[in-house]
Ligand binder design. Structure first.
Ligand code: NAP
Ligand code: MG
Length: 496
């Protein structure tokens, strides 16, 4: 019998008032039931907000270094359970075990960073323009945050949001994606066993369209942190725009890797393969376009196709497998529909893959071949729209200027990369690429947790989760003036 997971509200594991549950199955083998989960109702999420609101004053008043102490314990518990949860993650999400270990490591690193950050929480002290007066800035907690996460990083993304949110003194309600609720439940177990007071962290599962949408409007929710599709992100921005509630949005991408003719091609090939087909192309930073300078196109493509065809696809629990399944049937169908769109586009040429894998053990899940289209032009849909699967488009350009123009020619701006050995080209690309992240001689994937993460244009709304900037998102800035002159001093008045 698979485990029945419950919601975590006010420090207790409880069933949904709806009495309904949903199943979560392994996308590599749908006969493997990972668990059943609560199909929460609006009443359940309201109860979670009430618990989080009740826990807030005491947590707010707990000194930040004391809050951060919990994070040391959380980091150690994540370390102890790394292998167990990595295996569960591969079963629930599909990505290969080496990557789910990496996802866990990102959570551990994020906890370590939070543990240190609680002892810093820098404000700023600046001189006042008047005598006998002090001026400084502090960061204050806000209240209850609503955290909504996607399925592609089932531990890393929940930790990116939860750890800075609670270290800065907020309380939270988190709703994981319906495809990956088990890992977040394990994260709650770990936070709870580290002794975090009841009500500070609350976890509910259920439909984003129903409970997700409901809480966006809740008067006791002070902020929303969302990672997911641009479509849902725009909806959240529209609703929160009416109440001016803070929201931090990390959305889609259509990331490109530029390969200049002077690049170390061996390195560029390694980067392209990992960037495009790692996590089965289901990273927000996945490489979905290669922009290659003419002259090296033929050599680069021939070798890339050879290596993509050789990738071992299968169940990610097998250590020798290099690419797992897509997360769901719906995702597999989306990828197939984009291959069809690519085939119908004027001149695009399918040079590798293009089909769902249905032979042998692959028939048990949602597998797809590594797929490459050549002769793609910038206006084609496969060059413009986020596919979120193992589909790579090759675009050929004449110059660096053209490469940057093509790279910038989508509505998104998350990650980007350039392979070149010419420092002048690299510096020009760093300045002119419109993206939140640019790698030089590295693939578009591989962010580190202590640096700001996020994108420009329709990838987000200007916030950067990850790094120290996350600590600004989850706090309200307060400017403090202390006048110790004993008399009324008037600023902004010309006293001279
Ligand atoms: P999604 O459909 O937008 O779902 C994300 C989360 O939002 C899920 O928990 C979902 O719940 C919930 N949700 C759905 N409709 C909602 C609504 N109306 N109101 C509130 N919440 C709602 O995205 P996804 O398919 O899970 O993830 C893939 C997308 O995420 C891609 O576009 C990818 O680029 C993006 N992503 C971005 C980043 C980044 O940092 N920029 C990182 C990872 C992924 P249900 O699961 O119940 O539907
Ligand atoms: Mg699943």
């Amino acid at each position: 019998m698979a485990e029945e997971y419950k919601n975590f509200i006010g420090g207790e594991w409880v069933k949904s008032k709806s009495n309904k549950t949903f199943e979560n199955r392994n996308p590599a083998d749908t006969s493997d039931l990972v668990g059943t989960f609560q199909l929460s109702s609006r009443d359940d999420v309201d109860a979670a907000v009430t618990a989080a609101q009740a826990a807030f004053p005491n947590w707010r008043d707990t000194p930040a270094p004391e809050r951060a102490d919990y994070m040391y314990r959380v980091a150690n518990k994540l370390r102890e359970r790394k292998e167990e949860i990595a295996k569960l993650m591969t079963r629930e999400m599909g990505k290969v075990i080496a990557e789910t270990r990496g996802d866990m490591q990102e959570g551990i690193d994020t906890a370590d960073f939070a543990a240190g950050e609680g002892r810093r929480m820098h404000g700023q002290t600046v001189p006042s323009e008047l005598r006998n007066k002090a001026a400084y800035v502090i960061h204050r907690p806000m209240g209850v945050w609503w955290l909504i996460t996607p399925w592609n990083f089932p531990i890393a993304i929940p930790t990116w949001k939860t750890f800075p949110a609670i270290t800065t003194g907020n309380t939270i309600v988190i709703k994981p994606a319906t495809d990956t609720p088990a890992c977040t439940a394990k994260l709650m177990e770990i936070l709870d066993s580290a002794g975090i007071p009841k009500g500070v962290i609350n976890y509910v599962t259920g439909s984003g369209r129903i409970v997700g949408e409901h809480l966006i409007n809740h008067p006791d929710i002070k902020g929303i942190s969302f990672t997911g599709s641009s479509e849902v992100g725009k909806r959240i921005a529209e609703v929160t725009g009416k109440t001016l509630k803070r929201c931090s949005l990390e959305l889609g991408g259509k990331n490109a890797q530029i390969v200049m003719a002077d690049a170390n091609l061996e390195l560029a090939l390694d980067g392209a393969l990992w960037g495009a087909f790692g996590t089965t192309g289901q990273r927000c930073t996945a490489t979905s376009r290669i922009i290659v300078q003419e002259g090296v196109h033929d050599e680069f493509l021939a070798e890339l196709v050879k290596r993509a065809k050789a990738l071992k696809v299968g169940n990610g629990l097998d250590e020798s497998v290099e690419m797992g399944p897509l997360v769901s049937k719906a995702q597999q169908e989306t990828v197939a529909s984009y291959v069809k769109i690519g085939l119908e586009e004027d001149k695009a040429e399918l040079v590798c893959g293009g089909h769902a894998l249905t032979d042998g053990d692959c028939a048990k899940g949602f597998f797809f071949e590594p797929t490459i289209f050549d002769k793609v032009t910038p206006d084609m849909r496969i060059a413009q729209e986020e596919i979120f699967g193992p589909v790579l488009s090759i675009l050929t350009v004449k110059s660096l200027d053209e490469a940057i123009e093509v790279l910038n020619g989508t509505v998104y701006g998350l990650s980007s990369s350039i392979y070149t050995q010419d420092v002048n080209s690299a510096m020009r690309a760093i300045e002119r690429i419109e993206a939140g992240i640019t790698y030089v001689n590295g693939p578009t994937i591989g962010a580190e947790c202590h640096l700001p993460f996020g994108g420009v244009k329709e990838t987000g709304n200007g916030h950067r989760e990850g790094g120290w900037t996350a600590y600004e998102i989850f706090t309200e800035m307060k400017t403090v003036y202390i006048d110790y002159s004993g008399k009324l001093q008037r600023a902004q008045i010309d006293n001279k």
